[in-house]
Design a protein around this ligand. Structure first.
Ligand SMILES: [Zn+2]
Length: 385
């Protein structure tokens, strides 16, 4: 295992040893983990069919205390508009979304440094993930979610025994409620606590290993706060510094056009948050009006020579239907990546001979009722893809 990890504040430069539960700097900014030591092929624990095969490269001091078998998800090739692409089934995690990568590493770090009761806010999937891992760890847990979140996500959180607080209003109102509770229990926020991104970096390692120790050319990721973009950037950076790869994939952050914070910043050409007016979207998992690490995500996208794709609302249902017909039952949030792939193939940004990975972030079982309604599946004449 790695030596004691350190946090760095991007705003004031303060550094901290990662030896206690911490979610932000004393100046109020978020914190980032210092660059990791990297991963070499020989470091992989090949008999471990979970993300813990990469434990040697994680910023933890000890082997994990809690695992539900997260990571090492399938990578399957399917045809999309006549092109063979890889779909990464993060939807097949223990709680049905990619969040378990970040949660497992974050919770194990917090257990190492002696955390007590925790709370968190989420559009639903991270809440379900953290509630589940808290239950597995015996940690008391309170989860703030939008009252309008899909019922399946609320049920999943409550079934894990968490104290569920459904907050009316916007996603930001939910975050504000959780921030206001920061004095009552530890704010184990997947959007703030840096070890969450340490977990999502294993997505980069897995894609590299599953593609025969080669990075893909392009990766498309549904993006709300950007934890997968940041994890991929961190993971491929470590592989590059270890000499395992010489080229890095282009990262494309996929957003719902109705709530596209990063697309707005991208269009403005800067690194700073630009206020915009969010509208409702069926892609509830990425409806994030105010991401935490805006500059970091922008730098990761530019460094990769990728970009941001904002998917109009009317393109989500057809992509969802098309994925379903391929055997890929995902929630509407994940289907935005399919819609973005269609756009990038159509405009020639992605070439026919490139290796492209579409990250499917959440299971359709998370929102089955809404999917049925959206696609008219229980009506006499369903929508065709
Ligand atoms: Zn600071």
């Amino acid at each position: 295992m790695a030596a004691m990890a350190r946090y760095q504040c991007p705003a004031c430069g303060q550094t901290y040893a990662a030896d206690r539960p911490l979610w932000r700097c004393q100046c109020g900014s978020h914190l980032n983990l210092a660059p990791g030591g990297g991963l070499r092929r020989g470091d992989i624990a090949a008999n471990e069919a979970s993300l813990w095969r990469y434990a040697a490269a994680l910023a933890l001091r000890e082997p994990p205390r809690i695992s539900l078998g997260e990571g090492w998800t399938p990578l399957v090739w399917r045809g999309w508009r006549g092109v063979e692409v890889c779909f990464k089934l993060e939807s097949q995690m223990p709680t049905g979304s990619f969040k378990d990568r970040g949660t497992a590493v974050m919770i194990n770090h917090l257990l190492e440094v002696g955390v007590g009761a925790i709370h968190e806010d989420s559009s639903g999937n991270a809440g379900a993930s953290i509630a589940t891992y808290a239950a597995a760890s015996g940690l008391p847990c309170r989860i703030y979610v939008p009252a309008a979140a899909p019922a399946s996500k609320l049920v999943q959180i409550a079934a894990a025994g968490a104290d569920l607080r459904a907050i009316p209003g916007t996603r930001q109102a939910v975050s504000d409620a959780a921030l206001a509770a920061a004095g009552e229990s530890f704010y184990a926020s997947h959007n703030w606590q840096p070890h969450f991104i340490e977990g999502t970096k294993t997505l980069a390692f897995e894609l590299w290993e599953q593609l025969g120790f080669r990075p893909p050319d392009n990766i498309l990721v549904p993006t709300g706060y950007g934890s997968n973009i940041l994890g991929l950037d961190r993971g491929f950076d470590e592989l590059e510094r270890s000499g395992e790869i010489t080229a890095r994939p282009r990262l494309f952050a996929v957003q719902a056009a109705n709530c596209a914070a990063f697309a707005t910043v991208w269009a403005a050409g800067g690194d700073e948050f630009v206020p915009f007016s969010p509208a409702p979207t069926i892609a509830d998992g990425i409806a994030s009006p105010k991401p935490v690490r805006v500059a970091e995500v922008m730098r990761a996208l530019r460094r990769s020579k990728g970009g941001v794709v904002a998917v109009p609302e009317e393109e989500i249902a057809p992509a969802l239907a098309a994925l379903g017909r391929l055997g890929l039952f995902v929630e509407p949030t994940a289907a935005t990546a399919g819609a973005a792939l269609t756009r990038l193939l159509h405009d020639g940004t992605i070439g026919l001979n490139q290796t492209t990975v579409v990250v499917l972030t959440g299971s359709g079982l998370k929102a089955a009722d809404r999917i049925g309604e959206l696609l008219g599946l229980l009506d006499p004449r369903p929508i065709s893809p």
